[in-house]
Design a protein around this ligand. Structure first.
Ligand SMILES: C[S@@+](CC[C@H](N)C(=O)[O-])C[C@H]1O[C@@H](n2cnc3c(N)ncnc32)[C@H](O)[C@@H]1O
Length: 244
């Protein structure tokens, strides 16, 4: 994977919207009973921090030291607690059980190896407490295909409601290997930032197959954390899994 920490940390919280809606969505799937929650690829705590306010303790696993540093420096939630763990989620072995395990904001696609993706979902399934839920949010490959309009290379601009802020993305789609290389240029008040990420295209059906193999079933799926229906072409999908 690319060094997302160095590339994205300075602009991260301006590129992505606040994490409270995702935190609320996840918190509503926590079974209660005082179980902690586990976020893999927690970044700056955009979601983990508000989630802790809803459900108590959140273990936040993050690879990039720059992201962990920002998370440690962030104001503490008024309730609950976030415990940052600087670790690679592909080798991180949870030693507790969790009411909620989440891997959101297209983080599973940053793991390129299908075997490792499968193993991760199995690890997360084993870490669920009774009644616990696994929440996975990812890019929808069908929407990336649509964005490319049949081309290998495509450039798109995503405006923001804030003045003088927009994201210019140049994508290269490797259909044979199901890889999407996206170079982003983020313009904000005249200060551009640029970063490249490579994602392994991982759609809802594929995650369902990993989950099934791990003894989980998909109990809910939406196009976003507001609960909009997923019909197949929306940019993102959010799936919720529980033990079958
Ligand atoms: C798109 S960001 C999402 C961050 C956070 N989940 C959110 O919603 O704001 C993906 C994060 O996953 C981290 N990451 C990527 N690969 C990782 C790995 N193998 N182990 C742990 N973290 C990883 C990146 O450094 C980055 O902070």
């Amino acid at each position: 994977m690319i060094d997302q920490g160095r590339a994205f940390a300075p602009v991260y919280e301006r590129i992505y919207p606040p994490g409270e809606p995702t935190a609320r969505f996840c918190a509503a799937r926590h079974p209660g009973g005082g179980h902690p929650s586990l976020e893999l690829g927690a970044g700056t705590g955009r979601v983990a921090l508000p989630l802790a306010g809803h459900v108590g303790e959140v273990i936040a696993v993050e690879l990039a030291p720059e992201m962990v540093e920002q998370l440690r420096a962030a104001p503490k939630p008024s309730q609950g607690e976030v415990s940052p763990v600087e670790a690679d989620m592909t080798t991180y072995e949870p030693d507790r059980t969790f009411g909620l395990v989440l891997c959101v904001c297209s983080t599973i696609g940053l793991v390129h190896d299908r075997g490792v993706q499968q193993r991760l979902v199995a690890t997360w399934a084993r870490a669920l407490a009774p009644g616990g839920a696994l929440v996975i949010e990812n890019h929808n490959p069908a929407a990336i295909e649509e964005l490319h309009e049949g081309r290998t290379r495509q450039t798109a601009i995503f405006p923001y409601p804030q003045p003088n802020r927009s994201l210019l993305t140049h994508g290269v789609l490797d259909r044979d290997n199901e890889l999407w290389t996206a170079t982003h240029v983020f313009f904000d008040q005249g200060t551009p930032w640029t970063a490249t990420e490579v994602v392994r295209l991982t759609g809802p059906d594929r995650v369902d197959a990993y989950a099934k193999q791990a003894g989980l079933e998909c109990v809910e799926r939406y196009a976003d954390v507001e609960g909009s229906p997923f019909t197949g072409n929306e940019p993102m999908f959010v799936s919720v899994y529980q033990h079958a």
